[in-house]
Write a protein that binds this ligand. Structure first.
Ligand code: FMN
Ligand code: SF4
Length: 516
């Protein structure tokens, strides 16, 4: 008898013991003389069930989780005898949390062996690149434009327009840069792609290279992602050997090669111009725009800078056609969004679905409320510069414009949940403090204003003259919003003002202390 098992080697699963579980299966298999084939995959993104182990059966894969090494013997009994087990989750594809998703970008994540180019090809990989090569640059860019794809890094800028600008910019040398700095709190989708489906990112970047005529690309990965860095480096070597990178990519006339560069722990290096400075070996300071990176980017050359998820959406668009992607979504938010649920939430993980679900559905139905079981009080969407939403705004659909209309942002799709013990005054202070630590220092509203913000919030706690302090915070937010050079200083008002507007009781310190 033999068994084929699938065990994630994604760093989220490794953090909760996937390596020990895999080792326990190997040891138990040897003891029983049972032939085990263990495929190490990415994660399916159901992190509360990790390490989630799947076994191949004639009816498809069946899942178990969360598995500990001590469960392995009992699990092998259940798997070999097809008997019930307390950790059994049933056929993986039927798990309601997975079944409800529309996985266009994450279709292979957790399914295939991330290092196998054959597996990638067998599951639909490289079709997009082949079509891009046959269409040519102009028509490929038109597909991206028609798909409605907008940048998933945060700003939501139309990807096709950016590519067209680079394609039309004069110059023989152009670059493709992938922003894998993923610094937003509660986000991990970029990491999951890089660790779970790295050829998808390489294919997306290769399509971009064909489209704009670039021969060289860089993937800038945050240093906190050592597994992603190692996986991408191995995948690039294999992609070169397999003809996905190198000369005549996808059967075209274009050559394209990639290199990984690691960041050094700076949030602002996720901002595209300071990322380019950092890539050039300089201090990560934001550049004034214009010139846009599309005109003068890396080493002054026309450069496409896109987020991992933007590139990762591209192969589907080219393989299946713009309409297949644009058919999903609402308004000007087309396609799907990999929503990342984190913080105090029962079902934390990655949920890819068409734009349009309400925040309440995301937090209550999909997230299952808080892990502590206490009422949800606030949800921060879009990273540390995103607004805090109270329950009263849970009818907001997940859509760039709907969030903007309520002074919020979708950002990179991070949703961080807080229960009723959260202190929103502290959260507002944290926003200023974060900005003061991460500021590149180039402009005054951000460099000085963030520190003044921390001090003023502290005065709200300790002095009686709260009304004038709050007026000062509002004034400061206004200055930062309109006077900052980039969105680090410019967006800090979102978390601060949403905390103040939606949770004013937390800023009324004596009343709160009396209530406690
Ligand atoms: C302070 C700051 C941090 C940012 N961090 C990231 C990041 O970690 N990853 C990312 O893709 N974009 C980040 N961005 C947005 C980038 O500047 C840029 O808009 C993005 O890389 C463009 O790619 P896209 O169009 O595919 O989203 C950040 C922006 C700011 C202002
Ligand atoms: S807003 Fe802050 S991070 Fe952005 S350029 Fe100004 S000082 Fe630098």
């Amino acid at each position: 008898m033999s068994l084929r098992l699938f065990i994630p080697s994604d760093s989220g699963a490794l953090a909760v013991g996937a390596e020990q579980v895999a080792a326990a299966f190997v040891a138990a298999g040897n003891k029983r003389n049972l032939a085990l084939e263990i495929v190490r995959t990415g994660s399916r993104g159901l992190y509360w069930l990790e390490p989630m182990v799947e076994v191949a059966t004639p009816q498809g894969r069946v899942a178990y989780g969360p598995v500990e090494p001590g469960d392995v013997d009992g699990l092998l009994d259940a798997m070999t005898q097809q008997a019930p087990h307390r950790l059994a989750l049933g056929p993986t594809e039927d798990i309601p949390w997975l079944k409800r998703q529309t996985r266009l970008t994450f279709a292979r994540c957790g399914v295939t062996d991330p290092m196998s180019l054959d597996d990638y090809r067998a599951h639909g990989g490289l079709k997009g690149l082949a079509r891009a090569a046959s269409l040519g640059g102009k028509a490929s860019i038109e597909e991206i434009l028609q798909s409605g794809l907008r940048g998933r890094g945060g700003a939501g800028f139309p990807t096709g327009i950016k590519w067209r600008t680079v394609a039309e910019a004069p110059g023989a040398q152009k670059y493709i840069v992938c922003n894998a700095d993923e610094g937003d709190s509660g986000t991990f989708a970029d990491r999951m792609i890089m660790e779970g489906d790295p050829y998808l990112l390489i294919e997306g970047m290769a399509i971009a290279a064909l489209a704009v005529g670039a021969s060289k690309g860089f993937i800038y990965i945050r240093s906190e992602y050592p597994h992603a860095i190692a996986t991408m480096e191995r995948a690039i070597v294999a992609a070169r050997a397999g003809g996905l990178l190198g000369k005549a990519i996808g059967g075209s006339q274009q050559s394209f090669d990639l290199e990984v560069r690691a960041g050094a722990g700076s949030y602002v290096c996720g901002e595209e111009t300071s990322l380019l400075e950092s890539l050039e070996g300089k201090r990560g300071v934001v550049r004034a725009k214009p010139p846009l990176p599309a005109h003068q980017g890396l080493f002054g050359k026309p450069t496409v800078v896109n987020n991992v998820l933007s590139f990762a959406a591209v192969p589907f668009v080219l393989a299946e056609g713009a309409k297949a992607y644009a058919d999903f979504g609402m308004g000007r938010s087309r396609g799907t969004m990999p929503i990342q649920l984190a913080g105090n939430v029962r079902h934390g993980g990655l949920f890819e679905i068409a734009f349009g679900l309400t925040l309440g559905e995301i937090v209550d139905d999909i997230g299952g409320g808080t892990l502590t079981g206490r009422p949800v009080r606030a949800v921060q969407v879009g990273g540390p510069l995103g607004a805090y939403f109270p329950r009263a705004l849970f009818d907001t659909p997940f859509d760039y414009e709907a969030f903007a209309a309520r002074d919020g942002l979708v950002g990179h799709g991070g949703v961080v949940v807080f229960d009723d013990t959260v202190d929103m005054l502290k959260q507002a202070r944290f926003a200023f403090e974060f900005c003061s630590i991460e500021s590149c220092g180039k402009c005054t509203p951000c460099r000085i204003g963030s520190t003044r913000g921390v001090e003023t919030i502290d005065l709200i706690r300790t002095t009686d003259d709260r009304a004038s302090r709050i007026a000062l915070i509002k004034d400061l937010c206004n200055t930062m919003k309109f006077g900052s050079l980039c969105a680090l200083g410019g967006f800090v008002p979102y978390p601060v003002m949403s905390a103040l507007n939606h949770f004013p009781e937390d800023f009324d310190v004596p009343q709160r202390q009396a209530a406690e």
